[in-house]
Ligand binder design. Structure first.
Ligand SMILES: C[C@H](O)[C@H](O)[C@H]1CNc2nc(N)[nH]c(=O)c2N1
Ligand SMILES: N[C@@H](Cc1ccccc1)C(=O)O
Ligand SMILES: [Fe+2]
Length: 313
């Protein structure tokens, strides 16, 4: 198994206890704010990713398969009345094994048959450049490690449970798949600064998007929410002004592309803000709109104030 290097500068950028994989470039640090984790934070044991063997097979230990089973059982209880119908359809199509981490070729068979997508084994977070290239070629990055029990409810970087249970069900949906492919192509042709703005669009849709105009029937489609047992419950529990303690409840905002592009986010904790689209096919409209023109507008207007504590650098 490949041990991933821990480099301080990258950890500071994306959170002290994240895994810094070899290919992570300077433009891939995901923290959007000037927020820097205190050096005094206890350094967690790094995750090690698995390399597929010559047949593309990955061997997982009993503990790792047990973690998959525990996560899937947890989410099988919480997801049915919180995830959007298209996600639930895709989850059924994937027919995921209950007691072991699936092999990527099993996932690929379903993705190929529905939207022509496939997975690509990656060590962990990859650079923007590699990420956009994969999406543009209908390949979805799947980090080949799984979280430990102490990270069960929420993990700061995408593990295999996030990529497969969070994202792959919706990769069987045409609008969602087309969004990802077009997004990848846009990113490939974007400058480094434009990529930062594009990352916010991805963040507030594919990673942390909600769908449904009225709150009572609102559902989750963002993979970053659906792979986190704690965030799955928290996300739909929207606060309203009359809430006793709004700070412990998320804010739901109607999707507005320019606002989304200007909204800073942090990768290393549960989200304070979610953007809501009317229905999944809105993703087609978004990706057929002049995204790069909107990115230039957002660049000239600048970012909104972060809604989370930003420690001095
Ligand atoms: C663009 C997007 O917001 C994000 O920065 C990318 C970068 N690298 C990644 N790498 C992996 N393995 N998985 C991901 O979801 C992402 N997301
Ligand atoms: N927080 C998600 C994983 C994730 C990390 C970073 C970005 C997106 C998703 C989970 O716990 O499943
Ligand atoms: Fe993701």
């Amino acid at each position: 198994m490949e041990r991933l290097p821990h480099t301080n500068s990258v950890n500071k950028a994306i959170g002290a206890n994240s895994v810094a994989c070899k290919t992570l470039g300077t433009d891939a640090s995901h923290d959007d704010s000037a927020y820097k984790k205190q050096d005094s934070m206890p350094k967690k044991q790094p995750y090690v990713s698995h390399q597929p063997d010559s047949h593309g097979h990955i061997h997982y230990s009993d503990d790792e398969n047990g973690m998959w089973q525990a996560l899937l059982e947890r989410q099988a209880e919480q997801i049915p009345n919180r995830a959007c119908p298209a996600y639930l359809d895709g989850l059924k199509k994937l027919n995921l094994p209950a007691t072991r981490i699936p092999q990527l070729h099993d996932i690929d068979a379903v993705l190929q048959a529905t939207t022509g997508w496939q997975t690509a084994a990656v060590p962990a977070l990859i650079s923007f450049g590699k990420f956009f290239k994969l999406l543009a070629n209908k390949s979805f990055p799947v980090a080949t490690f799984i979280r430990r029990f102490d990270d069960m409810d929420y993990i700061e970087e995408p593990d295999i449970f996030h990529e497969i249970v969070g994202h792959c069900p919706l990769l069987t949906h045409p609008a969602f798949a087309t969004f990802n492919e077009t997004y990848g192509k846009l990113g490939l042709n974007a400058t480094k600064e434009e990529r930062w703005f594009l990352a916010r669009l991805y963040w507030f849709t594919i990673e942390f998007g909600l769908v449904g105009q009225n709150q009572s029937s609102r559902r989750i489609y963002g993979g970053g929410i659906l792979s986190s047992p704690s965030e799955t419950v928290y996300a739909l529990n929207a606060g309203s002004e009359k809430q006793a303690e709004p700070q412990h409840k998320p804010e739901h905002r109607a999707f507005d592309l320019l606002d989304v592009l200007r909204t800073p986010y942090r990768i290393d904790h549960i989200q304070p803000i979610y953007y809501v689209i009317d229905d999944l096919d809105t993703l087609f409209d978004i990706v057929n709109s002049d995204i790069m023109g909107m990115v230039k507008q957002a660049m000239s207007l600048g970012l909104f104030e972060p809604s989370y504590a930003v420690k001095n650098a």
